[in-house]
Design a protein around this ligand. Structure first.
Ligand SMILES: C[S@@+](CC[C@H](N)C(=O)[O-])C[C@H]1O[C@@H](n2cnc3c(N)ncnc32)[C@H](O)[C@@H]1O
Length: 261
């Protein structure tokens, strides 16, 4: 594909991820999530990788470029839900002071032709990638149908799920090595060693009604063990709060943990 054609096709899509497609073309991703540093990832070369909640596929393509033997990108909501339509409904709910009905994602806002997958497909084509796509709700899909992987990427998904322990049990069922779990966490000075889970009943976290939980590092480690992982390691953890700063807990921060089988 020549550069002009690629640029025109990129411009037709609303991107979540900023992906370097080569030839000077970079997708204009809306996500503000920090890209994973190489030392935040376990060894990838020669290993099979499953990216749960892959969206445009940034991390799946990255795993492929790092030499993974096989990469599967799995997603559901971002590929099938008309986000613009849903956001208008959320704005209406906000104006009326009511909490949106999440079930409409899979009825009123659901498009079986998967319009949200266009970014992933175009990036895959432009990169000449062999990453495999798997469409499905991670919480409903039969794990036996997906198989097991050496590395499972579970990045920015846990806080969206209504059943965190059941979700981690599913991650465990798909993992025969290490799961890389990135989620939104909470830090309450004086309660650092407590396993706390904060529930967001509306759109308090980033204005998103689909964000439900802030999970402290000890709570995530405990959930991972309860789900059947043998050990965990915090790779990016609580912020170093300035001593002089007046505590205004809870502080929200990005937590990255490796959970080992
Ligand atoms: C905040 S985005 C994170 C995207 C990407 N993993 C990243 O870190 O940039 C959450 C992703 O999880 C997906 N997701 C949420 N719930 C899911 C489920 N039950 N099954 C499959 N994918 C899901 C969404 O569709 C979306 O692509």
């Amino acid at each position: 594909m020549d550069k002009e054609t690629l640029l025109a096709r990129v411009a037709e899509i609303q991107w979540c991820h900023t992906i370097d497609l080569g030839n000077g073309v970079v997708t204009p991703g809306l996500s503000k999530t920090k890209h994973l540093a190489t030392d935040e990832l376990p060894p990838i070369e020669g290993r099979s990788v499953l990216d749960i909640g892959a969206w445009d596929g940034l991390n799946a393509f990255r795993a492929e470029q790092m030499g993974a033997s096989r990469v599967v990108a799995l997603d559901h909501y971002a590929w099938g839900v008309d986000m613009a339509e849903r956001n208008r409904y959320w704005d209406e709910c906000n104006a009326q002071g009511v909490v949106p009905d999440y079930r409409l994602d899979e009825t009123r806002f659901w498009h079986p032709e998967l319009p949200g997958m266009r970014g992933f497909e175009l990036a895959k084509e432009a990169l000449g990638s062999t990453v495999e796509a798997k469409v499905g709700d991670f919480m409903k899909i039969d794990p036996a149908e997906v198989g097991t992987f050496d590395v499972v990427l579970f990045l920015g998904v846990l806080y969206h799920l209504r059943e965190p322990l059941a979700a981690l049990e599913r991650v465990r069922a798909l993992c025969n090595g290490v799961a890389v779990i990135e989620t939104s966490s909470i830090h309450i000075p004086g309660f650092e060693s407590e396993g706390l889970i904060r529930f967001y009943s509306a759109d308090e976290l980033d204005g998103d009604y689909g964000n439900y939980f802030g999970i402290s590092a000890p709570a995530l480690a405990g959930l991972a063990r309860a789900a059947g992982f043998n050990s965990t390691k915090v790779v990016a953890g609580p912020p170093q709060l300035r001593k002089s700063r007046r505590p205004q807990p809870p502080h929200v921060y990005r937590l990255l943990m490796h959970a080992f089988v």
